[in-house]
Write a protein that binds this ligand. Structure first.
Ligand code: URP
Ligand code: ZN
Ligand code: ZN
Length: 467
């Protein structure tokens, strides 16, 4: 039996438009939009009506960089696909693209099947996968083609973490050459991990063991150098490139220079680099461990370049790199040795709100908020217009957002399975009120009404900025 939902009275905000319109949903998809009070809208009937008066009606957020249950740093990220996708929904995100991992000596297939099994039946919202390549060889290269056909159309490579995920320049070049042929998009963790490991060893030998030294050894210049090298390798291969979690002003400059040359180079940053800094890493005691991630937080001065990059489209996407580790029992593996602190921050629940705060603060416009958090990640990773917009035919992944509510971000009230908030005590204006995933209410008037298993694997096309 067909179900019709009507969202009445809100301001529909997409990357392209702001419309005072009612939205009609049928069988999980948007059917039509019509101006408030128009004859068309007045004639609509529905099984369920959502009142969005004085609210924004937004496309659900698309978080293109999460790590649920990632085994990393001698432990595992503390959010499961269930807890992490539930928290995402609370924060107005209705699609995640998580990273399946190939382990060294194993096939892509084995890694991907492991991640399918972790997610299957457990997700509250829709999900897709990128594939992390840890072992580029002849077999892996062939498998890349098959994965693109299967809807896994992007591959992350690491210039950091020698001995774990690291690939040398030859392997990177080969994977890029393959993606130039098969339409895949290479995502790069751009930090010179070989040089960083020397600096880590030297810092520890000097007795510099506190979390703040994580930020000091992972130098901005080594992010910029790796970004530059990745861009040149992609040029040689004739491949597009997406640089993940950009934090340094100098790395933004490398991406901007490449884009000025007309190269298909894209950049992502994350809320932690926009709102947090090395001041957090230097918090007394072992508190700084809460902020250990890579690329690392930078001195505050870098933030202006990131905001500028987002405004000028030198950076196109804000994802979370959500990779939570509890302060007690996980982050404290690195007491007395910062290099043993598991790298990663929680944030999947906070992204839409923090970026709305950026609208309130005047860093970005309302439509740019939706562009960098919903529409562009969907286009970048082959999900548009199914995801990332509100238009006839799109999945009815919709957020009713109260732009005037205020909230204090805190571990006491968040829904992520982690014992601290990276934004503890921060006051933000704006809050998610109701969330629909394919027309089904997941959050209703700030009550959870979703269910694990509703979220479906969503195969992706290739990057939609390249054709
Ligand atoms: O610190 C981070 N970013 N942890 C997650 C893994 C990665 O490099 O994205
Ligand atoms: Zn990374
Ligand atoms: Zn990551």
């Amino acid at each position: 039996m067909s179900t019709r939902t009507l969202i009445r009275g809100g301001l529909v905000v997409t990357a392209a438009d702001e419309l005072h319109a009612d939205v009609l949903i049928e069988d999980g998809r948007v059917v039509a939009l019509a101006a408030h009070g128009s004859d068309t809208a007045a004639g609509w009937t529905a099984d369920r009506t959502v009142d969005a008066t004085d609210r924004y009606v937004l496309p659900g957020g698309v978080d293109a960089h999460t790590h649920m249950e990632l085994p990393f740093g001698g432990t595992s990220a503390s959010d499961t696909f269930e807890t992490g996708t539930r928290a995402a929904a609370w924060g107005g995100t209705t699609t995640i693209v998580d990273f399946a991992v190939q382990s060294v000596g194993h096939s892509l297939r084995e890694g991907l099947d492991t991640w399918y099994a972790k997610a299957d039946g457990n997700c509250v919202i829709d999900y897709a996968f990128h594939m992390i390549l840890s072992d580029v060889n002849e077999q892996t290269l062939k498998e890349m083609d098959k994965l693109v056909q299967e809807g896994i159309s992007s591959f992350k490579l690491f210039m950091a973490y020698p001995g774990v995920f690291y690939s040398d320049d030859g392997r990177i070049l080969r994977a890029m050459q393959r993606s130039a042929d098969n339409g895949g998009l290479i995502m790069m963790h751009a930090e010179n991990g070989i040089a960083i490991d020397v600096l880590v060893e030297q810092a520890l030998a000097r007795g510099e063991t506190d979390p703040r030294y994580h930020g000091e050894v992972r130098k901005a210049l080594l992010e910029a150098e790796a970004t530059h090298r990745a861009i040149q390798l992609a040029r040689v291969a004739g491949a597009p490139l997406y640089v993940v979690h950009v934090s340094a002003e100098e790395a933004v400059a490398e991406i901007a220079a490449a884009r000025d040359k007309g190269l298909p180079v894209f950049g992502e940053t994350c809320p932690q680099y926009l709102f947090l800094s090395t001041d957090n890493l230097a918090e007394p005691g072992f508190e700084g461990a809460k902020y250990v991630c890579s690329t690392p937080l930078r001195p505050k001065e870098h933030q202006a370049a990131l905001w500028r990059g987002l405004r000028t489209n030198d950076l196109q996407v804000v994802s979370t790199d959500h990779c939570p580790f509890c302060f007690v029992g996980q982050k404290d593996l690195g007491r007395g040795d910062f290099s043993k602190i598991p790298n990663g921050l929680p944030g999947v629940e906070n992204r839409m709100d923090l970026l709305h705060q950026a609208v309130v603060d005047g860093h970005i416009s309302r439509r740019r908020w939706i562009e960098i958090a919903c529409a562009t990640p969907a286009r970048m990773f082959g999900l548009y217009p199914q995801k990332g917009t509100i238009a006839p035919g799109a999945d009815a992944d919709i957020v009713i957002y109260d732009p005037h509510a205020t909230q204090i971000l805190s571990a006491e009230t968040h829904h992520m399975n982690v014992d601290y908030s990276a934004y503890e005590g921060k006051r933000v204006t704006g809050q998610v009120e109701t969330v629909l995933s394919r027309g089904e209410p997941v959050i209703e008037q700030r009550k959870f009404t979703g269910r694990a298993g509703h979220g479906a694997f969503t195969p992706r096309a290739t990057c939609q900025y390249l054709n």
